[in-house]
Design a protein around this ligand. Sequence first.
Ligand code: C2E
Ligand code: CA
Ligand code: CA
Ligand code: CA
Length: 279
Amino acid sequence: AKLEGRNGLQFFHQRLHDELVHQLDLMERLEKALDRGELSLWFQPQVSAVSGHIENFEALLRWMPAEGAPVSPAEFIPLAEQSGLIHRLGDWVVEEACRQQAAWRAAGHLDSRIDINLSGSQLARRDTLERFEACVKAHGLAPGDIGIELTENVLIDADHQILDGLRRLYHRGVRIAIDDFGTGYSSLSYLKHFPLTALKIDRTFVHDAPGQPEDRAIMEAAVFIGHRLGLEVVAEGVENDEQLTLIREMHCDLVQGYYFYRPMPAPDIERLLSGLVTG
Ligand code: C2E
Ligand code: CA
Ligand code: CA
Ligand code: CA
């Protein structure tokens, strides 16, 4: 049994070692990916729960290495945060979202709205919000053209300087959504302090709502709070009819999920916007 235990530990060390090597390799490749143009933004439409009309797009980062399989942002974003690469990556996302939005405006799509994701370490860098504003302006866009999504935990950690920065953006007309609502380790008190325009109910609640009264209850409460605070309420991860029916009964405003649209590359969005393809 002793021997087994030692082998177990060696196996564990080996696994840990392999995992670290894999992560380092991934970060080295990601750094090059930026320069090699292997990154792109995809866009997932959010539609009105009532009319099904497209109201908004969430920009989602995609990495398709020239060699090898695509890597999920759920894997490389947390690593990029640890390695510090997130700042270059985040700057690229802001620039690319602005460039794309300006191109759509120039092509006559006048009411497309794009939201980007900002992580905690991005917001912790002092000049992230200023750079964001400057980029929007440099592309000739209005403050309402590009919004941001932040998670609850990011807001909990935010100091007053970040709060002031967000307030400034809010008063200029930038949309600010709270992402993955209900999953952070938090009280609800941050809702009092932060300037927000939308609340996105996490997809785990949406997923379980049809079978689980508890998830339904939490969603109803989230919609209620959101509306009482004057926020737009978005349901994430809607995949089927049952979920959609519940969401409509609860009077969510917007719906995002595979049921309507998956994230798509820009040319597909352009076909949608041009009305060549419907729902
Ligand atoms: P998120 O912000 O919660 O983004 C929504 C995720 O849900 C996306 O995963 C999207 O593809 C997925 N999704 C949308 N509809 C459905 C559905 O009906 N069912 C299911 N099962 N999933 C759905 P994705 O694109 O893999 O992104 C994962 C996470 O990576 C994002 O979660 C976000 O936290 C992060 N991320 C992505 N792009 C960026 C970025 O540009 N910057 C930062 N900081 N984080 C990003
Ligand atoms: Ca998001
Ligand atoms: Ca989310
Ligand atoms: Ca998430």
